[in-house]
Design a protein around this ligand. Structure first.
Ligand SMILES: *[C@@H]1O[C@H](CO)[C@@H](O)[C@H](O)[C@H]1NC(C)=O
Ligand SMILES: *[C@@H]1O[C@H](CO)[C@@H](O)[C@H](O)[C@H]1NC(C)=O
Length: 196
């Protein structure tokens, strides 16, 4: 009697398990017509690597050939000692050496804006668009906070395109030179990114 009961119990458990497995499988296969699970190899993704990029960023705010232009501000921007509310659009050259005439590697294109009322803290939203060598056409996206009077500022790299697909990492910015008369600055960037 006890033996039969055990057998029946096992059979019921087996049936339940089978039903559960099938329903789990069908749920996993349900792709709603627009998504599927893919192996990284199918996208040609091999081993993830870490790259270090080093270049100089030229923020030219003065003169005819300015590469950074103020596009918006608030009424209070003029009286705020941090210029709170100012929004600047940039297309800044990136070069291998501190001299603007040195070899170009790309442009920093995007926006920086004064986002702090108490210290000079910029919101940086920009893409590094590279034009040199194998990186030509690839981009890295920066979204971070830049306290420009700190020695080294760290900003997250939140993504990328081309050779930098799936990129993530950080950028260290250090002011190389600044002309306090014109506001023009040369900033050294060290960028560390994981990508494939
Ligand atoms: C602006 O760029 C042009 C063309 O590259 C150059 O000839 C000129 O000297 C530049 N002007 C200034 C003020 O740097
Ligand atoms: C980068 O790519 C563009 C478009 O394909 C091409 O016109 C340009 O000459 C390339 N630049 C370099 C430095 O290879």
């Amino acid at each position: 009697m006890a033996k039969i009961k055990t057998k029946t119990l096992l059979t019921v458990l087996l049936i339940l398990f089978t039903i559960f497995s099938i329903s789990t499988l069908t749920t996993a296969k349900k792709n709603h017509g627009f998504s599927r699970i893919l192996s990284p190899a199918k996208l040609g993704l091999k081993r993830e690597k870490l790259s270090h990029l080093h270049f100089y960023f030229h923020d030219i705010v003065s003169g005819k050939n300015a590469t950074a232009v103020r596009v918006a501000e608030a009424p209070m921007t003029k009286t705020s000692f941090t210029g709170f509310g100012a929004v600047v659009m940039i297309d800044d050259p990136l070069t291998v050496k501190p001299q603007l005439s040195s070899k170009p590697v790309g442009r920093a294109q995007g926006i920086y804006a004064s986002a702090s009322q108490t210290d000079l803290g910029l919101l940086m939203v920009l893409n590094f668009a590279f034009t040199e060598g194998k990186y030509n056409g690839s981009t890295l996206s920066v979204l971070g906070r830049n306290t420009v009077f700190s020695d080294v500022r760290e900003m997250p790299i939140v993504g990328g395109s081309g050779l930098f697909r799936f990129a993530r990492g950080y950028a260290h910015a250090h002011t190389h030179t600044i002309d306090f008369k014109t506001g023009d600055a040369v900033v050294e960037y060290n960028v560390y990114v994981f990508h494939y």
